[in-house]
Ligand binder design. Structure first.
Ligand code: MTE
Length: 329
């Protein structure tokens, strides 16, 4: 399902405007008497002050936006980003995640930190957020299916969590696992009445520790100034803007630090088509389609050339020096 004829601006057409979200944040801050766009605050303060639906966070400045993205980006309309989704635990069509996640309870939500860390522990997501600094990061989002969006995420840099959990020297990889609970994620219990599922749930994704420690990598808990909706991976998901969307695992309940490179869900499912890295690369085609260009969702079918590492090469290409690009899909 694609919503057509929605007026949106492509990456190329972006203009120097203040995103609507920043305006709303500013109004909210002023209303609260805080008066600053650069304040950070804990979720506890936020919940106390604005009723729990939104976050207080350090909004992305125009300078930061241009430094990271190379240009000002215009957000994909929120209505589209929250209704055109991939979340196979709810179904296989783009409208299933929104339609079939109504009533999903994303709180309380426990995250288990395991593996090569000084001391494994479990923590409630809201408890964790009290320890992290919430920031906004507006990033381009590129799905392996050759469509793209621009999303204003709210979350914290994963490196902040890594510092907090203190991995041992043995840790070289980080693996994330989605909650396994067929009562809440119906497709985990099978489909078409069969006791078998299309993917080997729970969904898992992994990063090299240096990728995880990169400042662009974040764990998102919100978007468009609000808490994540179930269809977008509530209450917490991974965001790595230079990788294909399938790396950005949703509704995470376990984070493990590992010595060896693990196999992720899609790599296991179809190793010819999906690898460990999932780096966006216009020169490396998917076996069934080209990755040279992308359909900008909300543009009524308009296409734009895909950029190496989704436009973040300046920031991250040093991570892949000496590796064969053709093998980093
Ligand atoms: N995480 C889980 N647990 N299950 C999924 O099916 N789909 C992935 C990723 N994370 C998926 C997931 C894919 S293929 C994409 S493109 C993005 O989520 C889509 O994110 P969005 O729906 O917020 O755009």
């Amino acid at each position: 399902m694609e919503i057509k004829n929605y007026k949106n601006t492509s990456k190329q057409e972006c203009q120097n405007i203040t995103p609507e979200e920043l305006f709303y944040q500013r109004r909210k801050f002023l209303k609260l008497g805080i008066g600053s766009l650069v304040a950070t605050a804990s979720v506890e303060q936020l919940l106390a002050q604005i009723g729990g639906e939104s976050f207080m966070y350090r909004a992305m400045s125009k300078e930061e936006m241009i430094k990271i993205n190379g240009q000002m980006l215009t957000n994909t309309p929120e209505e589209i980003a929250t209704s055109y989704n991939n979340f196979y635990e709810f179904g296989y069509s783009k409208s299933d995640p929104k339609d079939k996640s109504k009533g999903f309870q994303a709180r309380p939500w426990e995250i288990s930190i395991e593996g090569e860390v000084e001391k494994p522990f479990k923590i409630l997501v809201d408890g964790l957020l009290k320890k992290m600094s919430l920031v906004e990061k507006v990033y381009c989002f590129r799905c392996v299916e050759a469509w793209s969006m621009v999303i204003p995420w709210i979350g914290f840099e994963l490196r902040e969590l890594i510092d907090y959990v203190k991995p041992t020297k043995e840790a070289k990889f980080v693996r994330f696992t989605t909650l396994y609970d067929p009562k809440r994620f119906p497709m985990q219990g099978g489909f078409l009445g069969l006791n078998t599922s299309f993917l080997d749930f729970p969904y898992q994704e992994s990063l090299r520790l240096d990728e995880a420690n990169h400042p662009l990598t974040m764990l998102a808990v919100g978007m468009y100034g609000k808490k994540l909706l179930p269809q977008n991976g509530a209450p917490i998901r991974l965001v790595v803007p230079w990788k294909y969307g399938y790396k950005m695992i949703k509704s995470i309940s376990k984070i493990e630090f590992l010595k060896e490179q693990p196999i992720s869900t899609w790599e296991k499912e179809n190793p010819k088509e999906y690898g460990f890295y999932g780096n966006v690369d216009p020169q490396v085609s998917h076996p069934r389609w080209s990755q040279a260009s992308e359909r900008v969702i909300g543009q009524g079918g308009g296409r734009t050339p895909t950029l190496y590492l989704n436009g973040y090469a300046k920031e991250v290409e040093h991570l892949y020096v000496g590796l064969d690009r053709a093998k980093l899909y």
